[in-house]
Write a protein that binds this ligand. Sequence first.
Ligand code: NG6
Ligand code: CA
Length: 520
Amino acid sequence: MIKKIKYLIIIQFILIGCKTDDYTANSPNIIIIYTDDLGYGDVSAYGKGTLNTPNIDKLANEGIRFNNGYATSATCTPSRYGLLTGNYPWRKEGLKISTGGSLVIDTTEMTIPKLLKIKGYHTGIIGKWHLGLGLGDGSEGTGMIDYNSNIYPGPNQVGFDFSHIMADTQDRVPTVYIENGNVLNLDPNDPIEVNFFHQGINDDYGLPTGLKNPELTTMKWHHGHNGSIINGVPRIGFMRGGKSALWSDIDMADYFLKEATEYIKRNKNNPFFLFYSLQQPHVPRTPHPRFEGKSGMGPRGDVIVEADWCIGELYKTLDNEGLLDNTLIIFSSDNGPVLNDGYYDDAVEKLGDHTPSGGLRGGKYSLFEAGTKVPFISYWRGKINPGVSNELISQVDLLNSISSIIGSEFKSNDGIDLSDLLLRNNGKGRDHLVVEASTRTAFRKGDWVIIPPYDAPALNKNVNIELGNSNNFQLYNLEDDPSQKNNLAKIEKEKLKEIYNEFLKIRGDNFSNIESLILE
Ligand code: NG6
Ligand code: CA
């Protein structure tokens, strides 16, 4: 009898052993660490700026650092859509930055977490969501969310088993955390009301706002951001109620980090996917006091130092839990950098020699390179050899690459399986790429970039960023001219035509032929 039990135990061990092997080979844990508005030059491993990010650098230096990695869009909501669905956001009509809007991913669409869930992963998102909540036509305020009951649909309906999020951004109401559709710590006797329309006299609920009561703010607004004041910070939109549920801005980084590490610990015995979506360095920049002054660049630099620290802590958790050898980490940012994005916070004044854009032209909101070219790193201890890649890769490729890594057949339309590049620094990257800013698009083909004419402002004066719009065609060669100073459209006419025709084919018939007439 005892012999028989022993025999069974041995067999069980063998089975568990096989399972672990199998798990390591085919189902690595996958973590996407996603920062908000972090520029190409903000990560010191890229050797551009003067800020120090030792923990992100470790991933970059011991993993693969992509020098030509792109977000799909120069703003948040479209970028996150492209990342999670593997499809270009500009194909979705009118997809723009969401402000209290409804869920922008159709619940029938494939997403990275859905794909992983099908393969037996536990999937979680912690941090900034900004892909809308509830039903509506997707435009401002149409989520029409009742924050006092379960909010539906949201991340849990597009593939996440677990979600612990802020709805949009740190500068938008409601300033509360939402777990699996429920606002946390909400007192039913103090319900939350939210509104984004300022059409009538009572639309701000008669509560203090940045507009009426600037003396009550501890952070001053520069443009926009003059709605409800919460924790001294005037926000976009108006809210009242929900006092016990309000977040603490200075504790947000620690808060999400704790949630993320707890998620990892809870799921360490099964394959998991974690989308760790940090709020930094988006406005309002509210570093915890222990990071204040640490960068010497004011709050923007300080929150990047804070985010870097969080990433180091997350890494330590993975190490302590023995998970680093079977965890693929992908690090990137949702769009390029901006300094003054609506508050007076010394981002411009204290910048010194640092170059958030890494010398690229433009920034957040821009069709120029700095809008979408972002830090992009893949790391897997013991599996990925350190390296640098100049191949073209986009976040839109992550779904198909992950699909191939976990042995799934599914492929999205716009993504490319670049798993060989991500894991082995092997093979070619993309041949071409479409990037987007405020629904306008530009096209990269090899080292060439074409920006078609747009009747739109050349400069966003509020944020002081060149948007890339011009009445004329723009054509740049990034090999000789990475900062897009020399428009070759008038010189390289044949090249322009050739690339533009290809661009039009890819964009499909969503667009008029006005531009092709201009070209004639
Ligand atoms: C803009 C906000 C900006 C920022 C952005 C979203 C104003 C004037 N500007 O509308 O501060 O919140 O939306 O940024 O309100 S993103 O990174 O999430 O796309
Ligand atoms: Ca962003």
